[in-house]
Design a protein around this ligand. Structure first.
Ligand SMILES: [Zn+2]
Ligand SMILES: [Zn+2]
Length: 343
């Protein structure tokens, strides 16, 4: 089979690989669609640790073409999304139900303690318990199950109440998914702050109630005009400056949620008096649990989240390096790879 392989820092090659054989508890999936994510980009650039060579790709969906001897609940021909995040189910975090914080995480193609071959390949092997049936949802829609599960996990980190006002800083693919997820989860007003025109437009098209261009006008004063209070401010960029902005926005009793991945070792300033006097909360969110993934597939199957407008670029396997260059130049939104070239 053909696979896109990260061979070294900044280098990706299309190689011929042995088609994997499913183990007794595994399934073999013919990959139809696999999204390109910032994690792939960081693995490619070596900012996330990787043992080269490795096949990346962790946001995938496809058709089951073989099942292991002990697999009874997945059949050949099933249309599935693959949950790439496999916890050990033995460490303290797993036992406590926080599988996303597993100390021995394995990922199918993503960043983790152990990385197994991912889905930028014609076929990928996955444990049978980590594929979710997608019904008749298109494969490229189903390929959003992983990032959407991360957004569902994020929403569950804050105590969202029906009708709350949520401000999201950053309208990349994740910021746009977060806006829809908060809306689907009961937010009353969703405001998105984003400097790129097309992204602001897309935020409005996909359900944001208002958008702000933070270059043209000051976000805090715009919010004063737009909303009575800010219950939750979400940072979906990953920069210390925007995290400081997000920390400054919530009203008394409000919460700041850090979703963007900030560079390690940076610091932000917090006035602890405000935290005390206004009962402010600062929370993080990392990855997803198997339960989050199942709920993401439910959202997609029932049409609660519209991911189609987020796909701006589509490639066959050879296009992965082009996708990375586009991301480098911050062009477009979600890049989708079709390893078998059947879009
Ligand atoms: Zn991802
Ligand atoms: Zn664990």
């Amino acid at each position: 089979m053909k696979a896109a392989v990260l061979t070294d820092t900044g280098s990706v090659a299309i190689e011929e690989r042995e088609k994997p054989n499913p183990g007794a508890d595994d399934v073999l999936v013919r990959v139809n669609a696999c999204g390109v994510c910032m994690t792939d980009y960081h693995m490619y650039h070596g900012t996330f640790p990787v043992d080269f060579p490795t096949i990346p790709g962790h946001e995938s969906a496809g058709e089951v073409v073989a099942v292991g001897d002990d697999v009874s609940d997945v059949d050949v021909g099933d249309r599935v999304a693959i949950n790439p995040s496999i916890p050990c189910n033995r460490c303290q975090a797993c036992v406590n139900g926080n599988e996303n914080l597993c100390e021995n995480f394995t990922s199918i193609g993503g960043a983790a303690d152990t990385i197994i071959d991912g889905a930028f390949a014609e076929y990928v092997r996955a444990p049978a318990g980590y594929v979710e049936s997608i019904g008749d949802v298109p494969y490229r829609t189903a390929a959003f199950a992983e990032p959407l599960a991360c957004c569902i996990h994020a929403v569950d980190q804050v105590s969202l109440e029906s009708g709350d006002t949520v401000v999201i800083i950053g309208a990349g693919p994740i910021g746009l998914l977060l806006a829809q997820t908060f809306r689907a989860s009961g937010a009353g007003t969703v405001v998105v702050s984003e400097p790129v025109d097309e992204r602001r437009e897309l935020a409005l098209e996909t359900g944001a109630d208002a958008v702000v261009d933070p270059v043209e006008s000051e976000l805090a004063s715009e919010l004063d005009d737009l909303v009575d209070r800010v219950d939750i401010a979400v940072e979906a960029v990953g920069l210390p400056e925007t995290i400081e902005t997000a920390l400054s926005l919530p009203s008394a009793g409000g919460t700041t949620l850090v979703f963007g991945v900030p560079p390690q070792g940076t610091t932000v300033e917090i006035d602890p008096f405000d935290v005390y006097y206004d009962e402010l909360e600062l929370v993080g969110t990392f990855s997803l649990t198997p339960n989050d993934f199942a709920r993401a597939v439910t959202f997609l199957r029932n049409g609660r989240i519209d991911v189609e407008p987020l796909v701006t670029d589509e490639y066959d396997l050879d296009g992965l390096s082009d996708a990375f260059s586009q991301m480098e130049d911050k062009k477009g939104l979600k890049k989708m790879i079709y390893p078998n070239d059947d879009r």
